[in-house]
Design a protein around this ligand. Structure first.
Ligand code: HPA
Length: 235
């Protein structure tokens, strides 16, 4: 038990997939894991543990934004010993050459501010993905038949952002997409010597204002889960 996770000791696998939405955790566990069982439902943040191809895996919601993710990832790492943490989520494209439905593997994550930021004082830490996971995900994504981009994302806790100039600077500097969690995930993994990566689907486009139709969301989400699992356990 930890403050926000009621799982028994040992009930969380070393490999954890982190969708923002707890109902996505349930959907992915039912669809991809064998013998999935509910291990946490405190505050409705569902977590399931089962196996994929014989490998123990937990799929646990992170909530939206870095403050929420920070709580779950801190406890998953410090109280439950999670070693490999892979976010699976959506993002908004910030480049013309990135399309809705494309997959983004987040190599780095810029941020205007994360829960960890204050500890770095005058320095700017560069949160980055684990290379082995990134490489394995890039290989796994070749089979998905959809465009895949590897590069930087922008993590912001403000979905309804009143500062479009910040997005403009990110676009100008080649950042592929905006989302709300990856910078803190990568920073926590670095601090604790764990492996982390984010696999993201482009659900909307900040420049063209196109959005992923509801009927395509399930397929896109499946692609991400498959890439994440194959990256965690390369054959
Ligand atoms: N902003 C932040 N997070 C997101 C977005 C967005 O436009 N789209 C999907 N996740």
């Amino acid at each position: 038990m930890s403050i926000h996770i009621s799982a028994e000791p040992g009930a969380i696998a070393e490999t954890v997939l982190l969708p923002g939405d707890p109902y996505r955790a349930r959907w992915a566990a039912e669809r991809f894991l064998d013998d999935a069982r509910l291990v946490n439902e405190t505050r409705g943040m569902l977590g399931y543990t089962g196996t994929w191809n014989g490998h123990p895996v937990t799929i646990h919601g992170s909530g939206m934004g870095m403050p929420s993710l920070s709580i779950y990832v801190n406890e998953l790492i410090r109280d439950y010993g999670a070693q490999t943490l892979i976010r699976i989520g959506s993002c908004g494209a910030m480049q013309e050459h990135v399309g809705v439905r494309d997959i983004i593997l987040a190599m780095t994550a810029s941020t205007i501010g994360s829960p960890s930021q204050s500890i770095f004082r005058e320095t700017t830490f560069a949160p980055s993905a684990n290379w082995d996971l990134l490489l394995a995900a890039a290989k796994a994504a070749e089979g998905c038949g959809c465009p895949v981009h590897v590069g930087g994302v922008y993590s912001s806790d403000t979905f309804y952002d009143e500062r479009p100039d910040l997005n403009d600077q990110m676009t100008r500097h080649g950042v592929l997409a905006v989302e709300m969690e990856t910078a803190e995930l990568y920073t926590l993994a670095a601090r604790h010597g764990r492996r982390a990566m984010s696999v993201l689907t482009v659900s909307d486009h900040l420049l063209t204002h196109e959005a992923l139709p509801a009927e395509d969301r399930e397929r896109s989400f499946s692609q991400m889960v498959e890439i994440a699992l194959k990256a965690a356990f390369p054959s």
